[in-house]
Design a protein around this ligand. Structure first.
Ligand code: HEC
Ligand code: HEC
Length: 364
């Protein structure tokens, strides 16, 4: 028989106070953590201002900006609408910069983020400093930290001249009024990505226009371009926080769920059997250049039902010497043996990646 005393039994006083102390300590620790993260965030995202002379828009700078934005940093790839019914999903003409591309679970995003409107209609109030701060530190005008699908961790390596060139070109995009829905991330992810913002970015001064003089310089140039072109974002396996897996640089295997089936990023290390070790420089450049002109594989997706998320048609506009530098850089990263699966068509037609506009138009 249980005594009424036991039923109403309370934990003895010493234990109770220890419990309270534990809870109290946890609460204090949480508050300290929140305060310190809050403190970090308020200090985050500082970008050393560029000299006014560097920011001045000149015809040469605009041309360089157009080249980078359309063919190297491929800003327009994510900030326009892509045509997923066409091989390599080129951007839909007339949507340049207006935003709306959807990044969700199919890209490993724990929620939904949208490419934003970066035409002058979307960035009307932004100064050049604010634009470059978002691009290189990941902190936008409102002080929010951008989801790292936006490759600010690569763009922080931009030289001053290239950053200024990008800003001046983005300003000249035809303005398009197009509202993009706010991102949807759960509280913990919203919280976690604050730690991804970069503080105290100082862009390197631009180097002279002397051209590439020796192989070491060509490798450096190739590494810079590979970073700006976000090749590693798709080709290097990463953990959930986006940290590259050690020893797997460019080893491929990352999975993409596309309307036509599943694609895996290729192994582009110089491994002879499973990578691109047997590719000549000519073959490498030619593969990119094959996406220009009337014989381009872009547009053939209905024929063989394959697709790829790699924006080949945009990269195809890179100069041969830039593609050569990328090749030379990739040929000297450590070879990794990793056999990557070929494209796997879905047994049934998959749901298509919808643009934000389409998503809104199906709402009642
Ligand atoms: C791989 C895709 C991708 C590429 C490439 C990319 N962006 Fe973004 N960008 C995004 C996404 C997605 C967001 C929204 C992130 C979020 O909501 O957290 C974003 C956000 C931004 C913002 C913040 C807008 C706002 O209203 O807060 C700016 C500015 C921006 N990008 C400019 C650029 C520029 C300039 C480039 C090229 C140098 C570029 N982006 C390249 C995907 C990309
Ligand atoms: C959005 C993701 C994405 C980006 C960004 C990307 N790739 Fe790819 N890449 C892929 C996928 C997926 C494949 C496999 C399907 C295909 O051939 O397109 C691939 C294939 C390749 C191949 C063909 C390899 C083979 O064995 O056939 C090469 C070469 C390549 N990528 C190089 C690059 C370089 C260099 C960059 C940067 C300039 C880059 N990729 C950027 C996703 C990407």
């Amino acid at each position: 028989m249980v005594s009424p005393q036991l039923l109403t039994h309370q934990p003895p006083p010493p234990r109770r106070s220890r419990l309270r102390t534990d809870r109290h300590q946890k609460l204090v620790a949480l508050l300290v953590l929140l305060a310190s993260i809050g403190g970090c965030v308020s200090r985050l995202g500082r970008l050393e201002p560029l000299p006014a002379e560097v920011l001045r828009s000149t015809p040469a700078r605009l041309a360089r900006g157009a080249y980078l934005v359309e063919h190297v940093t491929v800003c327009l790839d994510c900030h326009s609408q892509r045509d997923w019914d066409t091989y390599s999903a080129p951007i839909v003409i007339g949507t340049e910069g207006r935003g709306g591309e959807v990044f969700d679970g199919r890209y490993g995003v724990p929620g939904v983020v949208y490419g934003t409107n970066i035409t002058p209609a979307g960035l009307a109030e932004w100064t050049d400093d604010e634009l470059l701060r978002a691009v290189t530190t990941g902190v936008n005008r409102e002080g929010d930290v951008l989801f790292p699908v936006m490759p600010y961790r690569n763009y922080r390596h931009l030289t001053q001249g290239d950053a200024a060139a990008i800003a001046s070109y983005v300003r000249t995009l035809p303005p398009i009024d197009h509202a993009v829905p706010p991102r949807q991330l759960n509280f913990f992810v919203e919280f976690l990505i604050r730690s991804f913002a970069i503080d105290g970015v100082r862009l390197a001064p631009s180097v002279g226009e002397g051209g590439v003089r020796d192989e070491a310089e060509q490798i450096r140039q190739g590494q810079y371009l590979t970073q700006l072109a976000n090749c590693g974002d798709c080709h290097t396996p990463r953990d959930l926080a986006g940290t590259p897996e050690p020893g797997r640089l460019m080893a491929g295997g990352i999975k993409f769920t596309l309307p036509q089936g599943t694609a895996w990023a290729a192994n582009i290390t110089p491994d002879q059997d499973t990578g691109i070790g047997r590719w000549t420089q000519e073959a490498f450049v030619a593969r990119f250049k094959s996406f220009t002109g009337p014989r381009s594989p872009a547009g053939r997706v209905d024929v063989d039902r394959r697709n790829t998320p790699m924006p080949w048609t945009m990269y195809a506009g890179m100069t041969e010497s830039d593609l050569e530098a990328i090749y030379v850089y990739l040929q000297q990263v450590p070879a990794v043996r990793n056999q990557v699966a070929a494209f796997a068509p879905d047994p049934e037609p998959a749901v298509t990646l919808r643009s934000a506009a389409e998503e809104r138009s199906v709402e009642p």
